[in-house]
Structures are given as structure tokens and as C-alpha cells.
Design a protein around this ligand. Structure first.
Ligand SMILES: *Cc1c(COP(=O)(O)O)cnc(C)c1O
Length: 478
């Protein structure tokens, strides 16, 4: 047995490289990272290929390891060399991601040191850091002192936490679900209905409230829907206004929503996954007035705070139902001290073994200071105005609604022919070129191009290039 142990130990120690082996790995990883960063200004925003990434299959998980430089080559070719660039300033599609360098460093350090961030007893510093970030976010958004929440893996996960919290607050049981009405605009993100389904509440009636000409939920239509449901003996439960829709960046009238939520006893859970970060700016705070009256809300730091993908915050002023929905005790866990002032993430989410996720946001905020974030966000709002003004001057363009935040939806018109096919062809042309990456959507049944300005590295020259390429593609294809 001892012989066998000795042999196994020698083998298993390969998993833990020593100083010299690490030096080689650091150097290669550093070279790869710097190569990636230095190539960023000229790298394509999208790479179209046949069977993208399929070459990975030629390198199945081996019994014996492969050399690190070879693996970096595979990463470069089959992962980082195909599809949408996750860090490019010319990524203007969907809601663009960023990944600040300091955020990536935060992730590296969190993974290396591997502090357990779910439970105060094991990771007191990591838990305090998470709560500090949540408290800061809540204050920036104007939620009352003492508000907190959870740093989840993204907006969809954060919404699930919010929905479970709202359900707890209303003491809804399975027998109530088919009567528990949910209200959102017809522009709401699909992840709300998905989260309801995952929460086991797929039977809850969901009312898609019509929007105005600027794609904002119409409060009169909302009130009429609530009253109709009350008359039908149903139980209006949850209102989910959107603070910045994915399609056009529209902000629902949050003050009016909060008034109606108060009047009819609804829980207001605001979807600010994309838009809520703009509350860090004066202009954004004005556009988002009423956000601070939400019972709970979602903000995605991996969008508007430029964190690496995988960070969505749920914030709420009601910690009791949040804890009631998620906290648990088990024999193999130490009992938390009664007077503990720090909420543990294990009490506010389904996750248990959880990494120190806050470091990817805490580090950039501490290192650069919040002022740099406010400036970057104000820059994006202004760039959207700038792009809108330029689009309005472009011949043959229907510029769409003025941007409320930093997303534009517009289309090119044709003298004759199908405008949907024309705009789709323009989009295909740009995607094939790969220099700028845009996406499209349907509004009132017609295809629109979208320009979403949110990536940290998007500056004026990138917007100019996108507009010039659009104009050229439209001229060529007309
Ligand atoms: C991105 C987004 C979501 C979903 O969040 P994920 O982080 O992608 O899970 C929800 N609502 C809006 C408005 C969004 O932009």
C-alpha cells in the first residue's frame, strides 16, 4: 500500500506545478493575454467560418497532458478566433459585453486563491466584499439604506432570485399560481417568463401590456389589465417593468409603474439588466426616475459595468423574503451566530459552493474609481445621441425612436422592393466583413437594424466606422 501511495503521490503532484514549471506557464499565458490585448484595436468584431470551433474535436481530452503552447494555439484558433469578439469596441450587437482588464485580473486572483464566498464562517472577507459591492450598487441606484441582494451568474439567474423572493413575500403556494398575474410590456426580455417557468410558476397568467410609440409600457393599459384581472377574481401579483429594453433601450414609465404597484399591492421587480447602470450618470438617473421605488431589481454588471461575462445583480429592499426564499440549515454546517450583521450569499441564492465573484467588479471599482465608470457610461449615452443625429442626416434612413439610453433601432428604406430583405442583406454583409458586429430585431413586425453602444472600448471612431460601413453596404446593395 505504501509503495502504491508513493507512486500515486508522484503522479498526482503533476497537478500542482512548482516554481519553475509555473514560470513557463505564466510566461506563455502572459504572452497570450498581451497578444490578445494588443491585437484588440484591429481584431475583427466577428469571424464567420464554416463549422466554427469544430477543430477542437480533433483534440479529445487526453489521458496524458499536452504542451501548454499547443493548447494556447487551439484556444486562439478554435475559441478566440471564431464568432463574436467578447472584448471588441466594435461589438455593437445585442447588448455588448466588455471585460475590463482589471475585472479579468480579479477573476484570476479569485480562482487562484479560491476563497469560498457563500458562507461567512468560511469566507468572511469574501462575503464582506460581496456585500460591500451590493451595498454600493443599492446606494447608487437610490434604494434605501440596508438594501442588499445577491451577485449571481447573470441577469437571468438574478431574475429567478427576484421572482422567488416576490413569491415568498406574497406567500404564494402552488394552488395560487394559476391566479397570480404577472404584468410586463410586450418588449420585455424573454428571461422573465423563462424564470417563472423554472420557478415552477409556468401557469401564472402573464399579461403583455402594449407599448407607446417609443416602445414604453402604457400605464393606462396596465391599470386596465389589473382591473380586468381583479374583476375576473384573479390575484395581481408581480409587475416587471423594463428599465432599458433589449430591442430599443426603452425605459418603461417607472414612476407610474410604482404608483400602480402601490395602489394594487403588486411587487415591482424592475428589469434593469441592461439599463440600470446608467443611474451612475446624471442623464441616466433622470431617465430612470422611479427605479429606486422598485421592491427588487436586476442590474447586470457584465453589461453596464464592463465586468467579464457572468455577473448579474439582484437588489432588494426586502431582505426578509429574500432570506426566507433561500436560507437553509444543515447538520454539517456550523450554525451562524445570531448577531451576524453580514448576509451570506448562501442565504440569498440557490448556489452553495460559490467563488469570490465580487472580485471581478470590486477590483476595477477600487483600482480605477467610480468616476471613470460614470464617464464611460456618459460617453456611451452621448455616443448614442451622436449616432442618432448622424442617422437622421443619412439619406434613405428611417432613424427610429430617439435613444432613451444607448440602443438605436433603425432601418434603411428602398424606393421599391422588400425593406426587410434589404436590411437583412445589409446586416449579413457587415457580419461577413466582420469589422463591426451589429444585430437586428423586429419592431411592429418589420426588421430593424440595431446599434447597441455599451462596450467599454466603444469610442467615437468605432461608431463612425459602423455608420460608414452601414452606409456603404446600403449603397452597394440598393
Ligand atoms: C441581458 C438582459 C437580460 C438577461 O440577462 P443575462 O445576463 O443575459 O442573463 C434580461 N433583461 C434585459 C433587458 C437584458 O438586456
Amino acid at each position: 500500500m505504501l509503495d502504491r501511495l508513493k507512486k500515486l503521490e508522484a503522479q498526482s503532484r503533476q497537478l500542482d506545478p512548482g516554481v519553475e514549471a509555473r514560470a513557463g506557464l505564466w510566461e506563455a499565458a502572459h504572452g497570450y493575454a498581451e497578444g490578445f490585448l494588443q491585437a484588440l484595436p484591429e481584431a475583427p468584431a466577428f469571424v464567420q467560418k464554416d463549422r466554427p470551433g469544430a477543430g477542437l474535436a480533433d483534440f479529445p481530452i487526453p489521458e496524458e497532458g499536452r504542451p501548454f503552447p499547443r493548447l494556447l494555439d487551439l484556444l486562439a484558433e478554435h475559441v478566440d478566433g471564431v464568432g463574436a469578439h467578447g472584448a471588441s469596441g466594435r461589438h455593437l450587437a445585442f447588448i455588448p459585453p466588455s471585460s475590463l482588464f482589471a475585472g479579468a485580473l480579479g477573476d484570476l486572483l479569485a480562482a487562484l486563491t479560491n476563497r469560498y464566498a457563500a458562507y461567512f464562517f468560511a469566507g468572511p472577507g469574501a462575503v464582506r466584499m460581496e456585500n460591500q459591492v451590493l451595498g454600493w450598487l443599492a446606494r447608487e441606484l437610490g434604494l434605501p439604506e440596508g438594501s442588499s441582494g445577491n451577485l449571481a451568474a447573470g441577469g437571468s439567474m438574478a431574475h429567478l432570485i427576484g421572482i422567488c423572493t416576490a413569491r415568498e413575500a406574497a406567500s404564494l403556494k402552488a394552488v395560487d399560481y394559476a391566479r397570480a398575474c404577472v404584468y410586463l410590456s410586450e418588449q420585455a426580455h424573454h428571461c422573465i417568463v423563462k424564470a417563472l417557468r423554472v420557478a415552477g410558476m409556468g401557469e401564472a397568467p402573464v399579461r403583455e401590456i402594449p407599448t407607446d410609440a417609443d416602445y414604453r409600457l402604457r400605464p393606462e393599459a396596465l391599470e386596465a389589465a389589473i382591473q380586468a384581472d381583479l374583476r375576473a377574481g384573479l390575484r395581481p401579483w408581480l409587475l416587471v417593468p423594463t428599465a432599458g429594453t433589449t430591442n430599443t433601450g426603452a425605459v418603461d414609465p417607472l414612476e407610474a409603474c410604482a404608483d400602480l404597484a402601490g395602489r394594487y399591492g403588486l411587487w415591482m421587480h424592475t428589469d434593469g439588466a441592461y439599463g440600470a447602470s446608467f443611474a451612475l450618470t446624471d442623464q441616466g438617473r433622470a431617465a430612470l426616475r422611479g427605479l429606486e421605488r422598485s421592491d427588487s431589481l436586476v442590474l447586470d454588471p457584465h453589461k453596464g459595468l464592463f465586468a467579464p461575462l457572468g455577473l448579474g445583480a439582484l437588489l432588494t429592499r426586502h431582505l426578509e423574503p429574500l432570506r426566507k426564499a433561500h436560507a437553509f440549515q444543515a447538520d454539517y454546517l456550523p450554525s451562524p451566530p445570531e448577531d451576524l450583521e453580514e448576509l451570506s450569499p448562501s442565504e440569498t441564492t440557490l448556489e452553495f459552493s460559490k467563488h469570490a465573484r465580487a472580485l471581478r467588479l470590486w477590483l476595477p471599482l477600487q483600482l480605477h474609481g467610480v468616476a471613470a465608470f460614470r464617464a464611460a457610461l456618459e460617453e456611451k449615452l452621448l455616443l448614442a445621441r451622436y449616432a442618432y443625429d448622424r442617422l437622421r442626416e443619412m439619406p434613405g434612413v428611417e432613424p427610429g425612436p430617439a435613444p432613451q439610453l444607448s440602443v438605436l433601432a433603425f432601418r434603411f428604406l428602398l424606393r421599391s422592393g422588400d425593406p426587410d430583405a434589404f436590411n437583412q442583406a445589409i446586416l449579413q454583409r457587415l457580419t461577413a466583413e466582420g469589422r463591426v458586429f451589429l444585430s437586428g430585431t423586429k419592431l411592429n413586425g418589420t426588421f430593424h437594424l440595431r446599434l447597441a453602444i455599451l462596450a467599454a472600448r466603444t469610442h467615437r471612431a468605432d461608431v463612425d466606422e459602423a455608420l460608414e460601413r452601414l452606409q456603404k453596404a446600403a449603397a452597394d446593395l440598393a
